[in-house]
Design a protein around this ligand. Structure first.
Ligand SMILES: Cc1ncc(COP(=O)(O)O)c(C=O)c1O
Length: 339
C-alpha cells in the first residue's frame, strides 16, 4: 500500500478541491500582516522564543514542553528517529505518515485496524509506542478519554492536527501530567498554511530535548515562527473559535445533503472539517465526480478502508451545494445503471 498518497495528488487544473483538508477561506489580515513584517528581517536566523512562549501559554504548558516543527509531518519523523520502540502500534485507519516515518526509521509496525465502526479498542497492553489520531483523518471520528491508553513505559502519540476546530474533541494538549503523552498539532489546516510548514508537539521536557537533538537546526523559518506566534495569540484563539462555529454550520449542510442522496452512507457522526462516506462502486463514482469537476479523496490508500470509501472536505455552503447537486446526479445515474 502506498503510504505516501495524499489528497493533493487528487487535484488537477479546473477541479474543485474537496480532496485536501486545508481551509480555503482568505487569510485574516492580522496573520498576513505578521507574515509580511517577518519578511523585513530575513537576514537574521530564526529565533523561536516568542513563538514557543505563545504556544506554551495557549496550552497552559511551559516553553520547555513545546517543540516547534516544520508541520506536524516533521514531528512523526523526529519521533521515529529518536525513539527505539520494541512494539509500535499504529491505530488505523488514520493519516499514513506516522507509519511511513516509523518504517523509514527501520521500526516494525503493527497496524491496529478499527472495524466496523472505528471505535477504539484492542491496543495491546505491552505496546510501548502507540499512534492515534484525534479526531481521526479520514474517519472524522473523535475518540474520548484517550489518556486511558497512557502507561508507564509507553509513549502515547495523539495526532490532534484537526482538533483546533473540531466539535466535542477532548484535546489532551494541556495534559502535561499524563505519562509518556505526546500531542501533535498542526497550523496548516485551519489557517491555510500548508505551504509554510508550521506545527508543533507538546511532551514532557526530557522527551522534547531528545526530539530536538535529532531535529535539523532552524527547522521553522522566521515567517513560520511569526505565523505560529500570531495564530497562538489571544486574537488567533478568538478567530479559531469563530472558524469552529462556522464549520459546524458548513459541515451540517454537507452531511444533511449527503444523507439525502440515495446510496450514500455517511460514516458515524463527523466532528472535523471532512466527512467520510461509503458508496457502491466508489472508484467509478470518484471518476464520475471528477468528470463533473469535483476532486474527492479516495479511501483505498488508508489501511482498513477500501475503494468504496471517499473523503470529502467541508467547504462553504455554495461550493457544497454545487457539489451535492453533481453528486446526486452521479448517484442517480449509477444506481439507475445498476437496476
Ligand atoms: C491527521 C494529519 N496529521 C498530520 C498531518 C500533517 O500536517 P502538516 O501539514 O502540519 O504537516 C496531516 C496532513 O494531512 C494530517 O491529515
Amino acid at each position: 500500500m502506498n503510504l505516501h498518497h495524499h489528497g493533493d495528488a487528487e487535484l488537477a487544473p479546473g477541479l474543485v478541491d474537496l480532496a485536501v483538508n486545508v481551509r480555503h477561506a482568505p487569510m485574516p489580515s492580522w496573520l498576513s500582516e505578521s507574515l509580511k513584517r517577518s519578511l523585513r528581517d530575513l537576514r537574521a536566523y530564526p529565533d523561536q522564543t516568542r513563538a514557543r512562549t505563545a504556544v506554551a501559554a495557549h496550552h497552559a504548558r511551559t516553553p520547555e514542553e513545546v517543540l516547534l516543527t516544520a508541520g506536524a509531518a516533521e514531528a512523526f519523523v523526529l519521533l521515529a528517529r529518536a525513539l527505539a520502540p520494541r512494539w509500535a502500534v499504529v491505530v488505523h485507519p488514520q493519516f499514513t505518515e506516522p507509519e511511513a516515518a516509523l518504517r523509514a526509521a527501520g521500526h516494525p509496525v503493527e497496524q491496529l485496524i478499527l472495524a466496523p465502526d472505528f471505535e477504539l479498542a484492542g491496543v495491546p497492553e505491552a505496546a510501548d509506542l502507540v499512534f492515534v489520531g484525534n479526531p481521526t483523518n479520514p474517519t472524522s471520528v473523535a475518540h474520548p478519554n484517550l489518556e486511558r491508553l497512557a502507561r508507564p513505559g509507553r509513549v502515547l502519540v495523539v495526532d490532534e492536527a484537526f482538533a483546533d476546530t473540531a466539535t466535542g474533541v477532548e484535546s489532551l494538549a494541556h495534559r502535561g501530567e499524563v505519562p509518556g503523552l505526546v500531542v501533535i498539532r498542526s497550523l496548516t489546516k485551519t489557517w491555510g498554511l500548508a505551504g509554510l510548514r508550521v506545527g508543533y508537539l507538546l511532551a514532557d521536557a526530557a522527551l522534547v530535548r531528545d526530539l530536538s537533538a535529532v531535529q535539523p537546526l532552524w527547522p521553522v523559518s522566521a515567517p513560520g515562527l511569526a505565523a505560529i506566534e500570531a495564530c497562538r495569540s489571544p486574537a488567533g484563539a478568538a478567530e479559531e473559535r469563530r472558524i469552529a462555529a462556522d464549520l459546524v454550520q458548513d459541515r451540517a449542510t454537507l452531511v444533511e445533503g449527503l444523507r439525502a442522496i440515495p446510496g450514500v452512507r455517511v460514516c458515524g457522526a463527523p466532528v472535523a472539517s471532512f466527512v467520510l462516506i461509503e458508496v457502491a462502486d466508489g472508484l467509478a463514482v470518484r471518476a464520475a465526480l471528477r468528470h463533473e469537476g469535483f476532486a474527492v479523496r479516495r479511501g483505498d490508500t488508508f489501511p482498513g478502508l477500501g475503494p468504496d470509501w471517499l473523503r470529502i472536505a467541508v467547504r462553504d455552503a455554495a461550493t457544497t451545494r454545487a457539489f451535492l447537486n453533481a453528486f446526486a446526479e452521479v448517484m442517480s445515474r449509477s444506481t439507475g445503471a445498476a437496476q
